[in-house]
Design a protein around this ligand. Sequence first.
Ligand code: BGP
Length: 481
Amino acid sequence: MPNKTGFSKDFLWGGAVAAHQLEGGWQEGGKGVSIADVMTAGSNGVPREITDGVLPEKNYPNHFGIDFYHHYKEDVKLFAKMGFKCFRTSIAWTRIFPNGDEDQPNEAGLKFYDDLFDECHKYGIEPVITLSHFEMPYHLIEKYGGFTNRKLIDFYMNFAETCFKRYKNKVKYWMTFNEINNQTSYNREFSVATNSGILFKNIKDEDHEDAMYQAAHYELVASAKAVKLGHEINPDFKIGCMINMTPLYPVNADPKNIMFTERLMQRRYYFADVHANGVYPKNIEAYLQRKGFRKDITDEDREILKQGTVDYIGLSYYNSMTVTSDGFDIDGDFDADNAATENKFLKTSEWDWPIDPVGLRYSLNWLTDRYHLPLFIVENGLGARDKVEADGSIHDPYRVDYLKAHITEMKKAVELDGVDLMGYTPWGCIDLISAGTGEMKKRYGFIYVDQDDYGHGSKKRSKKDSFEWYKQVIASNGEKL
Ligand code: BGP
């Protein structure tokens, strides 16, 4: 009998994190320095800074994370109590290849993930693994210029092959690069540096966009090569891409705004076209040619892109964005962030992110119509400040409201629109360091961690009200919201 809610009985309910945002132990087990280790904490609107190496006077929150490196057994046990079927995390590249260009991997790093995956399997939790989640070895950036250098494809492949072979019987679900399309926000050094390892200070202003497109090309080739190799190592692997899905809405029905929005969508989502179809869409080819960008693309690259198409599309969804073409030349170069404007129909989070559950259903439909592939929502959630009451309880109805509204729309997409959805892993299922701000106070978790932005606190874990709520969502396979 079909499940009442429309979710299959093996639907992957779980939670998502990334190594650099929670592990800590930044110098333990032979780990090297990653880009995340040279990023300071931002605060109250002050953006994070990428420093020249680690400077003793600065606060680097990714150094301590929430010390998952030492608490993982306790944390996985809590995930199991919530009934997780899967747990999405990443493998810190610098634990496996501390500098990124070594021939041999670091055994202590490999062992850490063996232990973590064993711990997950002990409770029947399936690991879902991102290979590169904003954690490139800093050495690869300093010495080679990150993904502006074709050599990075080989370094990434060493890392991918090592992981695929080592965890071939422990991990089935993989993703190659986290939010690969976020680097299209090329005016924000943070997005570009975390994705491709490009430091703007090393590149002339007028070359930023070209460098981004070239690096993105090498990443896409690396991803396709990894998908192909992964399938050879274990044909049962399910290997996906991961894109940040922020649907763009025109501010009004002026055709100029409609065309402008379409153009922005093309720039932001061509990554998914390449991953899923194995070819660049015509509009991007035309743009790159016109601008003289991405000069280095070979016939062999094009062939690899075709051979390494993904099994599914992983996506993060937090919000939609409304844009206006005012002040832009539609045929010029531009960045969606500079075109963003208010949407009077939507409320925003404390960090000014629009809250738009219907946008999730819209996104799932859009992706399905375009790619005809299974989808996996691997991030969704609300960053908010939580208050601990005198008795230690934490009431977070705002988080439950957000997730409930999004799951409701996700259900409609599955039940009414025929979307093939593999699973749902809300972001930051346990409080962790925010990627965008480096703060601890921007919390997403069902599990509270007693720690401030500077790493002070007992690190004690406690359940928020949302913990029991999510537990019943999973237990009822999405029926009780
Ligand atoms: C995504 C990243 C995550 C995560 C999330 C929330 O872009 O993949 O790493 O951090 O956003 O963003 P933030 O931490 O800035 O609130």
